[in-house]
Design a protein around this ligand. Structure first.
Ligand code: ADP
Ligand code: ZN
Ligand code: ZN
Length: 742
């Protein structure tokens, strides 16, 4: 009689991390099929070309479309269970179709780095030390001659539940003493899996505030939605208590045994946020972000995949974390552009999360004080439930916004007289000032007084930023760096001067102006070390008086109760941007920064320095607020057939040669235009706003349509065309569906 196969299929379709939009067929060896129940989502080793690769099984089949004799067998099986559960496999397949991206790359992107490299999907093990019954009784005096053994045994005797190797090491106990005690039969060792779930939660409990009317209505609404798919937009002004609302909903879901994924922007996760979650939700919380080591990320992934972790707080890539009991996805600061990946697999984590929630039939909560135009349009069209919080929680007031007309004014270090005076008064009241300038470094340009030479990047069409303290010139686009120059390379003059201000310069100048006041700069340069941000925020909380200077890093999520004055140095940045989203971004940033003012009992004040105080957008933002501004902006987008009313795909091409990228896209357009479905518009090819970046000349072609179907149809054709055409050339192309940058 024939033995029954656990995996009754002869072929498997395997995804490999290669830039080909296809799966690869492999034979399932009989012995493997007899011993294992193979499942989609398991990793396998397979031969590929002349080497061997790690792949992920996507499906099985009775037959192959290829000549069976040429199909190679799977070499080995890497997992006993799927590392990509069915639900996520479906999401990956959808994403590969929607973003026109190679399936293998999508699936590998969904895995933590160590699993991509073949690490076992298991908790790492750790040594634990225990006393034997004999060791527990042992009189420590008898070890007087071996003091290190005495110390070791004493420590373990005091821990009846054992001590981890970690704990032993932290006490600097001698490893050889441990071994000696083990040989004497006084101690024993055990391998235990590292799994911090179930540890005691010793955080201080915080008594939750009484919700106000708006918060209560929102919370009730969300609790009503909790058992099926739906998207809610929690649109609440800064400090309106949005976090408080979703903490309530989370508490309830955790009681029901659910897991919750909370997505945060790339740099929006502050130690403050985590502490707040821990003090309110007495459960296992894991983090998933780019500052963690690969091993820490795998540990978090395992804790979530095993269902131990009830709350997962993570950035973009956490959209793919397995969580068997997922009951809610929260996307905080949903308007943030860091949710969209800007290279390779260009997905939008918010849109993926919504798709995922839909197939799991669970709700999604998008929270923001400045919702994206996309989400607002969905709310206006009643596709999303629109929950508005228009008051600040507690006794805090909405800050007053005032425009400061810079025309004809004499500025001191970029500040108007009015701004400087307001700053002095604020500091005199023992309160804090926040100065916002979205440009790090000392100055954006270095120029020669004699010949007009400007320091520009060798690889990009941009100027180099001056960093005085680091004594270098730095390209913020390709990261190229060189030593700061003191003589002009063109005319040898030593009269070089900087143009414009960056945060480093403002810091230097304000330090001279306000000698007694603590001044703290928060930008990407000052917070490079892992702990720097914590230390800086701690300092801010320690002082009454202080000046905080920062870039957009300061705009996100922080709560500095003593900040009562916010100065936006350059409200005009983005006003005349070539990107149609420029104004949306500026308005979001200004509103978010302004929201740092007056977050507790003291009222806040915001000064916007501008050369265009009468500009309709600035006036609207100042007098009527973000919602008005956004609704006007949406009307304009509609009139101009722009997203979100029209859907867009951008095809990007780049090459080292100046013309090649443009020529490629022009040839493609020429070939495919006869096949363009009706209602499709194309613009271009044209060059990128910054044409050359990191030595690559960049061209784009934009395709728009009111409907998605024809857009996807033509994108599939373009992708095929480009794959064929670029096989011979060194031109790279990328498909960007729902692009956020042009
Ligand atoms: P948001 O997420 O909208 O910025 P938070 O939830 O962080 O707002 O709330 C801002 C501050 O107000 C926090 O310090 C929070 O503890 C407090 N807070 C929230 N809701 C209330 C309330 N109903 N009563 C009093 N204080 C509240
Ligand atoms: Zn010169
Ligand atoms: Zn550069």
């Amino acid at each position: 009689m024939q033995e029954a196969l656990l995996t009754p299929y002869p072929f498997a379709q395997v995804a490999l991390p290669v830039p080909m939009r296809t799966l690869f067929d492999y034979k399932i060896p009989k012995a493997m099929a007899l011993r294992h129940r193979l499942m989609p989502g398991m990793r396998v080793k397979v031969p590929f070309g002349k080497s061997s690769r790690l792949g992920v099984i996507v499906s099985f089949s009775e037959q192959s479309q290829w000549d069976e004799n040429n199909i190679k067998p799977i070499t080995s099986l890497q997992d006993e269970t799927a590392v990509i559960p069915n639900e996520l496999m479906a999401l990956c397949k959808w994403a590969a179709r929607y973003y026109h991206h190679p399936i293998g790359d999508v699936i590998f992107h969904a895995l933590p780095v160590l699993l991509r490299k073949g690490e076992n999907a298991e908790f790492r093990t750790e040594n634990w030390w225990f006393t034997t019954p004999e060791g527990q009784q042992k009189d420590l005096e008898s070890l007087n001659k071996a003091p290190r053994q005495q110390d070791f045994l004493k420590a373990v005797q005091q821990h009846p539940n054992g001590m981890s190797q970690n704990a032993i090491s932290s006490l600097s106990l001698s490893p050889s003493a441990g071994k000696a005690l083990e040989e004497k039969g006084l101690l024993r060792r055990e391998q235990r899996s590292f799994n911090k779930a179930g540890e005691k939660h010793t955080h201080q409990t915080q008594v939750p505030p009484v919700l106000n009317q708006e918060q209560r209505l929102a919370t009730d609404h969300l609790l009503d939605m909790a058992s099926s798919f739906g998207v809610a937009l929690l649109d609440g002004v800064t400090g309106s208590g949005k976090t408080e609302v979703f903490l309530r909903v989370m508490e309830k879901l955790i009681e029901d045994g659910k897991q919750i994924l909370v997505m945060v922007p790339e740099i929006g996760l502050t130690p403050q946020t985590l502490k707040r979650f821990e003090s309110r939700l007495h459960t296992d919380i894991v983090l998933m972000h780019s500052h963690m080591s690969d091993r820490e990320r795998l540990d978090a992934w395992l804790l979530s995949a095993s269902g131990h972790a009830k709350v997962i707080i993570g950035t973009r890539s956490a959209a793919f974390i397995p969580a068997p009991n997922l009951g809610l996805i929260v996307i905080d600061e949903e308007h943030d552009a860091s949710y969209k990946q800007h290279e390779g697999f260009r997905y939008h984590a918010r849109d993926l999360a919504i798709k995922r929630a839909q197939s799991l039939n669970i709700p999604v909560l998008l929270a923001s004080a400045t919702p994206s135009f996309e989400s607002l349009a969905n709310a206006l069209q009643k596709r999303f439930d629109w929950l508005r919080l228009r008051q600040r929680a507690g006794n805090a007031q909405i800050p007053k916004m005032e425009r400061v007309d810079l025309r004809g004014q004499t500025l001191v270090n970029g500040f108007s007289q009015h701004a400087l005076e307001s700053m002095k008064q604020c500091l005199d009241r023992q309160e804090q000032v926040l100065v916002f300038l979205n440009r790090r470094g000392y100055a954006p340009t270095l120029m020669c007084h004699q010949c007009g030479w400007i320091a520009s990047c060798d690889h990009c069409d941009v100027n180099l930023t001056v960093h005085k303290r680091a004594n270098k010139l730095h390209c913020h686009h390709c990261d190229a760096q060189k030593a700061l120059l003191h003589t002009c390379p063109e005319c040898q003059s030593d009269e070089l001067f900087t143009v414009g201000e960056g945060t480093e310069q403002i810091e230097t100048q304000l330090t001279a102006l306000f000698k007694e006041v603590p001044i703290l700069r928060i930008d990407r340069d000052s917070t490079q070390r892992k702990s720097a941000m914590t230390q800086l925020t701690q300092k801010i909380h320690e002082h009454n008086q202080a000046i905080l200077i920062g870039t957009q890093m300061l705009a996100k999520g922080h709560h500095f109760p003593n900040v009562t004055l916010v100065i936006v140095m350059d409200a005009d940045a983005g006003l005349f941007s070539a990107d149609f989203r420029g104004m949306e971004r500026t308005a979001q940033l200004i509103t978010q920064v302004a929201g740092r003012a007056g977050r507790s009992k003291k009222p806040g004040h915001v000064l916007l320095q501008t050369y265009h105080p009468d500009h309709a957008a600035i006036e609207c933002l100042c007098n009527l607020g973000y919602e008005h501004f956004a609704i006007d902006g949406l009307a304009e987008r509609k009139a101009l057939s722009l997203p979100p009313f029209f859907h867009q795909v951008i095809v990007r091409a780049e090459s080292g040669n100046e013309q090649e990228a443009m020529q490629l896209l022009a040839a493609m357009k020429n070939d495919l235009t006869p096949q363009f479905p009706e209602g499709l518009f194309s613009v271009g090819p044209y060059t990128a706003i910054i044409v050359r970046k990191a030595g690559q000349h960049r061209a784009l072609l934009s395709i728009k349509s009111a409907n998605r179907a024809p857009l996807h149809q033509i994108t599939a054709l373009m992708t095929n065309w480009l794959e064929q055409a670029t096989r011979q050339h060194k031109i790279r192309f990328a498909i960007d569906v729902d692009p956020l940058e042009t």
